[in-house]
Design a protein around this ligand. Structure first.
Ligand code: AMP
Ligand code: GLY
Length: 437
């Protein structure tokens, strides 16, 4: 560089890489594509629907070495890492070492989700409200705690268990069983330590912050639906639907939650010398004695993200870029529209235990400004047909001036989508709808 050449400080990313293959990643890609400065969005590995979104294309490097080479070749300005596994495995650290600008926490920061014990300690150290807990490292120790407390508890594997590591027990016998199961090796190394937690009660809601390491921007709260079946029955899933903004939390309460939960979490991370760049997702329970954190995630929720993205202005790309550069102050103001957003997940037969794959998907509905069909477990077969390839296949998302209108449109659109064994909950958003389908 000659002395009169200035370093170019970019405020807008032009070429973005998104890591992941789910509905979450496609909704982020779709939202970023609305930014006028974005030229191209690459998704690694993406899915059968990725290239149907404007400016979006899948790439298929086989490993990290190849992705680093591709990022340079494709002149990627910003990398966004979607899922928790690569974050917990340190992909963001290695990408930053390669000189890339990354939105997604480093491995140490991802402990917020990857170790419940670590997250609990951080909460206790920083006075963040959460359920009382006991960390145990053997079945014997856990059973001793249970005997002393003599009441049913929540049993949680410490590590990442794809949403399956938590059992809320109704009786002491069930608690014993859950302790045995957690220490049986069922959750692999995630179950080396097991957290026993007091059972708390109240409606659940999720809040999200985009962080640059020091500052944060809060997104509208969202409501997930974790159980497979209507009436919140059946096994836990990744999430069968969501809506946002969740009216349980108004603007004033969101400010309060920012003050008592999100900011202390970011400060607690900084005290540990962690520059946390990415999403802090706090899953909350609103109990009679105030809001309590039941879990942290180190990324956007899926399917909450799909419901949120259509509510956010096209400045999102610049805001994520500013976060990734550690300087939210140079970001434009993030705007939100006043709409209600509804997301219903269409799942394949057998989900969550053993999802069927390879069924052809027929989508006879066109996306428009108030309707999006985000692909998740889909792929292209040898004839370029879109077929199922995973449990949660599509997220059908729509917006309206109220939740009834938004959900009507989502469910109407689902009638025009078909694949063998397709199923979805008909009661997503029951908390905010006045009419059912
Ligand atoms: P998690 O994976 O930690 O979000 O837990 C999964 C689900 O278990 C949550 O969405 C809650 O419904 C429930 N849960 C977790 N912790 C507790 C708790 N301490 N008391 C009652 N229910 C809980
Ligand atoms: N929908 C819950 C999650 O993403 O963890």
């Amino acid at each position: 560089m000659t002395t009169n050449q200035k370093t170019v400080v970019k405020n807008e990313p032009k070429r973005v890489l998104i890591v992941g293959s789910g509905g979450r990643e496609n909704s982020i890609a779709w939202a970023l594509s609305k930014n006028q400065f974005i030229e191209q969005i690459f998704v690694w590995p993406g899915n059968g629907g990725t290239s149907t979104y404007e400016k979006c294309i899948c790439i298929e490097p086989k490993n990290e070495e190849e992705i680093f080479i591709d990022c340079k070749r494709l002149q990627i300005d910003l990398v966004i890492i979607g899922p928790e596994d690569p974050l917990a495995n340190g992909l963001a650290n290695r990408m930053r070492e390669e000189g890339l600008t990354v939105f997604g926490p480093c491995q140490e920061g991802a402990q917020l989700e990857a170790s419940k014990d670590w997250a609990k300690s951080l909460m206790v150290e920083n006075n963040i409200p959460t359920a009382e807990y006991w960390t145990t490292s053997s079945e014997k120790e856990a059973l001793e705690v249970l005997e002393r407390l003599n009441k049913p508890l929540v049993i949680k594997a410490d590590g990442l268990a794809a949403g399956k590591g938590v059992t809320v027990c109704k009786t002491i016998d069930q608690t014993k069983e859950a302790i045995k199961e957690a220490f049986s090796g069922k959750f692999g190394s995630a179950g080396n330590r097991v957290i026993l937690e007091e059972i708390i009660e109240g409606p659940e809601v999720s809040i999200f912050a985009l962080c640059d390491g020091e500052r944060l921007i809060v997104l509208p709260p969202a409501q997930d639906h974790k159980r497979l079946l209507e009436g919140d029955n059946g096994p836990n899933t990744g999430g069968m639907g969501a809506y946002a903004p969740a009216p349980l939390i108004d603007q004033k309460e969101l400010q309060n939650l920012t003050k008592i939960i999100l900011l202390p979490t970011l400060k607690g991370l900084r005290k540990k010398k962690i520059k946390y760049i990415g999403v802090i997702y706090a899953g909350l329970m609103l109990t009679s004695s105030g809001p309590k954190v039941i879990e942290f995630n180190c990324r956007f929720g899926d399917p909450e993200c799909q419901a949120l993205m259509p509510l956010i202005g096209s400045e999102l790309a610049s805001v994520l870029f500013a976060c990734a550069q550690g300087d939210l102050e140079k970001a434009p103001k993030l705007t939100f529209n006043n709409l209600c957003s509804a997301c219903v997940v269409a799942a394949s037969e057998g989900y969550p235990e053993a999802p069927r794959k390879g069924d052809q998907i027929k989508i006879s509905v066109d996306s428009n400004s108030s309707l999006q069909v985000f692909h998740a477990g889909t792929t292209l077969d040898e004839y370029e047909n879109i077929v199922t390839s995973g449990g949660r296949v599509l997220s059908v998302v729509s917006q309206g001036e109220n939740f009834d209108k938004a959900f009507d449109l989502a469910y109407e659109s689902l009638r025009k989508i078909n694949f063998k064994g397709m199923h979805f909950r008909r009661d997503i958003g029951y908390q905010v709808r006045n009419r059912s389908i």
